[in-house]
Design a protein around this ligand. Structure first.
Ligand SMILES: *[C@@H]1O[C@H](CO)[C@@H](O)[C@H](O)[C@H]1NC(C)=O
Ligand SMILES: *[C@@H]1O[C@H](CO)[C@@H](O)[C@H](O)[C@H]1NC(C)=O
Ligand SMILES: *[C@@H]1O[C@H](CO)[C@@H](O)[C@H](O)[C@H]1NC(C)=O
Ligand SMILES: *[C@@H]1O[C@H](CO)[C@@H](O)[C@H](O)[C@H]1NC(C)=O
Ligand SMILES: *[C@@H]1O[C@H](CO)[C@@H](O)[C@H](O)[C@H]1NC(C)=O
Ligand SMILES: *[C@@H]1O[C@H](CO)[C@@H](O)[C@H](O)[C@H]1NC(C)=O
Ligand SMILES: *[C@@H]1O[C@H](CO)[C@@H](O)[C@H](O)[C@H]1NC(C)=O
Length: 440
């Protein structure tokens, strides 16, 4: 079985094992038959010529990998990454230092704001072992920066910050203002949708409700305005300061607090501004209740006198002596308001007034029936009833009565000719000197 080839190979193998190549410093025998020399691998060296193997660098040391090292001297072994030379040995980089390459030079201080953790060389052998603290992140340039507004980082060693949910913000220039999701706050003027919930992950921010405010970014509910004060409107800017609580409509700011508008003034909007005077001839109620001063309609027309009839009333306006009527006036035309009146009297279905020159005018739905027979007669007073108006003549205080023919045909003795017709009073005109007439 044993032929020459077999035995030659066997011999050769035995010879190689027994006689490895004699290699120079930096090399050892390699190859299937260990008959060649090759450079010491990895962190090994050989400082002599011979058949011995390369030796590993001492603990903590490695070949300077950035050199085309010749591996022929113990000096080729330098401190491995994460270590620096201390005497003859290599010790792990100190706290907050790092060294990424093998070498004997000292470790490098971490960028400001970043810290290392642990004392293993692997915890000091790259820049990333310098961990920017929560609230900051490491830039491409290798510096730690505080997370920008609206972002946060909750873990050390972040390379980017996380963005707060829509509508939330972070504020402040310290890392502590950006180191937690709970630093994502609702802006001033807002509160969490579910006020008081401590879970910004599932939340949105809503504008503070009416009459509440939030003066600074927060996760707390908006605060109620002090009693008697209100917020201006629905915009966030109406709720973002303690001064957002201001005087309600019908009030104004005086001496640092809110007071009801003075008599005969009003204010329709909340705020500190002064109240507006009522138009001439109008006045407010004298109450100090703001609701009596918060609308233009709180300025009520001032009347000299009023009279009420069947379903309506009329009065003489103090400021301009016009007549204004209100109520249900089915048969009544708009009064002749531009004339100056001394007085007004209201009947069932008509009304009369004394003009400045003491003559009388009456009106009803049908304005052509609106005058006494003699429009020049002067009266000192008049009084309207259901269907008639009587008055005292200015000249001699005798009575004159007028009636609308539409209503009097069934009343015996009434002259139905004409429109408003002079009547003969029941009492003797010669005897009667009435100071005042009153119809019924
Ligand atoms: C080689 O290294 C060994 C171990 O460090 C040392 O004892 C020896 O003196 C060195 N030999 C030479 C030739 O440098
Ligand atoms: C390692 O090699 C680099 C690049 O050649 C060199 O700058 C450095 O000084 C070497 N380190 C040591 C300890 O020799
Ligand atoms: C919300 O919860 C966080 C984490 O549990 C806590 O640190 C924080 O004090 C809480 N905030 C409020 C307002 O309760
Ligand atoms: C409140 O909002 C208004 C309008 O947006 C803004 O001008 C003002 O600076 C804000 N004030 C505060 C205290 O945030
Ligand atoms: C008279 O004053 C009243 C109340 O201010 C007003 O409503 C009316 O229009 C005025 N009439 C005239 C004719 O000016
Ligand atoms: C009284 O005044 C009215 C309205 O101004 C006028 O139309 C009328 O002619 C006057 N009558 C007399 C008698 O002065
Ligand atoms: C009163 O004056 C009116 C109008 O001038 C006149 O018609 C009437 O006769 C007078 N009556 C008396 C009693 O003087």
């Amino acid at each position: 079985m044993h032929d020459a080839t077999c035995c030659l190979m066997h011999l050769r193998t035995v010879a190689s094992v027994d006689l490895p190549a004699v290699c120079p410093p930096g090399e050892q025998a390699v190859g299937t038959y260990l008959d060649k020399c090759g450079t010491c691998p990895g962190s090994t060296y050989k400082n002599s010529t011979g058949i011995n193997l390369c030796r590993p660098c001492p603990v903590g040391k490695a070949i300077n990998s950035s050199l085309p090292a010749d591996h022929n001297s113990l000096d080729d072994c330098v401190c491995s990454p994460g270590r620096e030379l201390a005497g003859d040995a290599c010790k792990v980089c100190g706290l907050n230092q790092y060294k990424p390459a093998a070498g004997n030079e000292p470790c490098t201080a971490c960028p400001a704001g970043s810290l290392t953790s642990g004392q293993q060389p692997s915890q000091h052998d790259e820049l990333a072992d310098c961990k920017c603290q929560p609230g900051s992140y490491m830039t491409a340039a290798g510096t730690c920066e505080i997370c920008p507004s609206g972002t946060y980082s909750s873990a050390a060693g972040s390379f980017e910050c996380q963005v707060c949910l829509d509508g939330f913000i972070t504020v402040g220039s310290n890392a502590a203002d950006h180191d937690s999701v709970f630093d994502c706050l609702c802006p001033a003027g807002y509160q969490l949708a579910a006020a008081g919930a401590n879970d910004s992950m599932q939340q949105t921010c809503l504008v503070c409700p009416d009459n509440t405010y939030q003066a600074s970014p927060s996760l707390q509910p908006c605060q109620a305005c002090p009693p008697g004060t209100v917020t201006l409107g629905p915009a966030p800017g109406d709720h973002n300061s303690s001064t957002s609580c201001t005087c309600m409509a019908g009030q104004y700011k005086v001496g640092g607090s809110c007071s009801t508008c003075p008599a005969n003034t009003f204010k329709t909007t909340p705020g500190e501004a002064a109240c507006v005077p009522c138009p001439a001839g109008t006045a407010t109620y004298t109450t100090s209740n703001p609701v009596d001063h918060n609308s233009a309609s709180d300025c009520h027309t001032v009347f000299k006198l009023i009279d009420s009839g069947g379903t309506f009333s009329c009065g003489v306006v103090t400021s301009n002596s016009s007549i204004a009527c209100w109520g249900s006036m089915p048969d009544i035309a708009v009064p002749i308001s531009q004339l100056a009146w001394k007085s007004v009297t209201v009947g069932g279905f008509h009304a009369c007034g004394i003009l400045a020159n003491d003559t009388v005018r009456c009106w009803s739905k049908d304005s052509d029936k609106a005058s006494p027979t003699d429009p020049n007669l002067k009266f000192s007073s008049i009084s309207a009833g259901g269907y008639q108006t009587c008055g005292l003549l200015l000249e001699n205080s005798t009575i004159r009565c007028y009636s609308n023919p539409s209503y009097i045909f069934s009343y015996a003795g009434y002259d139905t000719v004409g429109q408003y017709t002079q009547l003969v009073p029941a009492l003797s005109a010669a005897a009667a000197e009435y100071l005042q007439a009153s119809a019924g």
